[in-house]
Design a protein around this ligand. Sequence first.
Ligand code: C2E
Ligand code: CA
Ligand code: CA
Ligand code: CA
Length: 274
Amino acid sequence: AKEDHDAGFKIYESEMDAFIRDRLRLIKELKIAIEQEQFQLWYQPKVELSSGKILGAESLIRWVKPDGKVISPFHFISVAEESGLIADIGNWVITQSIADCSRWHQMGFEISVAINLSPGQFRRGDIVSTVSKALNYAELAPEYVELEITESLFVEDDNSTKDQLDMLVNRGMSIAIDDFGTGYSNLNYLNKFNASTLKIDMSFIRNMTNDKRQQHIVDAIVQMSKAMGLKNVAEGVEDEATSTLLQSLGCEVAQGYFWSKPVPFEEFVHFLKQ
Ligand code: C2E
Ligand code: CA
Ligand code: CA
Ligand code: CA
């Protein structure tokens, strides 16, 4: 029996080693990726349901390895957060998103850009200056920039994060609460963080056409956002039936594969021209 225990422990230990080794390799690769700018931003349109008009686009990061393999943010954003590398990656995302939005404007498309922000990006304290520099350089008005934060930011609840967000809002940018309904939905926070938009999480949208309960949840969030003077956006809309139902519930803006998956810059421009 003792031997079995030893063997079991060894397997456990080597799995831990492998786990740590993989993480360290990923962190090392991420550092190189930052230096060599191996990241790309792909864009997904935000569509006004009543008109079908494209109001803006959300930037979504992709890591394109030298061999051409595209890595989803699910595989590296959390490690980037934990290792602190998110500050550098996030600054690149901000600068590139704003530059790309400015290019759309030069092409005659006056749409906005939505940028995902992680809690870790507020720790270093250079987010406001990064945004300001990017706006100046791109000659873009701050009104065209929307910042998507999640409810996980509320848990941090430190004044520095709130101060930085306040500065960004005071400069004319707007805040959207991403994945609304999945986290620590405390309504006080919506006012505290000056949010102007709720993004209804796609887990509520996914089955709403055949699940009445899901539909009631979406209905309640839409009504509540209106009562609070907030805009709402539905994410993860994959078919026309869901789009129609959302519109009948009073939802105004949506995103999802029904219109377009996130696509590289050039492809998105092509989409805008159609
Ligand atoms: P998110 O911000 O909630 O983004 C929505 C995710 O849903 C995206 O996955 C998008 O491609 C996907 N999606 C959009 N429409 C549909 C649909 O109709 N059906 C389905 N099944 N999925 C849809 P993606 O691009 O893999 O991004 C995953 C997450 O990674 C994002 O979730 C966000 O939390 C994070 N992320 C992405 N880009 C950035 C970034 O630049 N910075 C930070 N901090 N996080 C990012
Ligand atoms: Ca988002
Ligand atoms: Ca989301
Ligand atoms: Ca998310």
